[in-house]
Write a new protein. Structure first.
Length: 191
């Protein structure tokens, strides 16, 4: 079975090494890992933009996958990477089983409070509000309710939360390996 490996890992300076390691771990658990850096997209003769070619290559790879594992560690703010969340949604929309992990254990609300010192509690609405007075979800989830519940509904498990060391927040693969174990368990049940 093929697993699409979604996450902001592709932006790391050592992305190729991380991708290789993830693929090696997939193989150890009996899967073939599909890491987006495999695409190594080159400009085509028609002169199409490279971003469009990367998108197409990644979408093709997602369609080839049997399931997905998403690194949903907060990226450039309190939320998961927007591209990874899109890929999670596409995997779910295609009816594929999806697992996810974060290397930060704080709840979404706590991360929003840390990122925005103007977060306040509105006693009338009984809700937390950000700088723009928008409500912040407070369900104890790792991220937005749509992300957490997509994993539960389409992977059968809540998001794996593992607290990595601050200096290895994106390189630590403990949560990833926990997802691989869940994928083995889930696919052996459905076989």
């Amino acid at each position: 079975m093929k697993i699409y490996l979604a996450g902001p890992d592709v932006f790391l300076p050592n992305a190729i090494a991380i991708g290789r390691r993830k693929k090696e771990l997939c193989a150890q658990y009996g899967f073939e890992g599909l890491f987006p850096f495999d695409n190594e997209v080159n400009p085509n003769e028609a002169g199409e933009r490279i971003d469009k070619l990367i998108y197409r290559a990644n979408e093709t790879m997602i369609r080839r996958a049997d399931l997905g594992i998403c690194n949903l560690t907060p990226f450039r703010g309190p939320n998961a990477d927007a591209g990874t969340v899109f890929e999670l949604g596409l995997l779910v929309g295609l009816g594929k089983r999806v697992f996810g992990y974060t290397n930060v254990t704080d709840d979404f609300l706590d991360r929003c409070k840390a990122a925005d010192p103007a977060v306040t509690f509105d006693p009338v609405a009984k809700a937390w509000r950000d700088t723009n007075r928008m409500t912040i979800e407070n369900f104890g989830n790792a991220d937005n309710l749509m992300i957490d519940n997509a994993l539960t509904e389409h992977g059968g498990h809540p998001m794996v939360r593992y607290q990595a060391r601050a200096d290895a927040i994106f390189e630590d693969l403990t949560g990833f390996e926990m997802c691989l174990r869940l994928a083995v368990e889930a696919t052996s049940k459905s076989a």
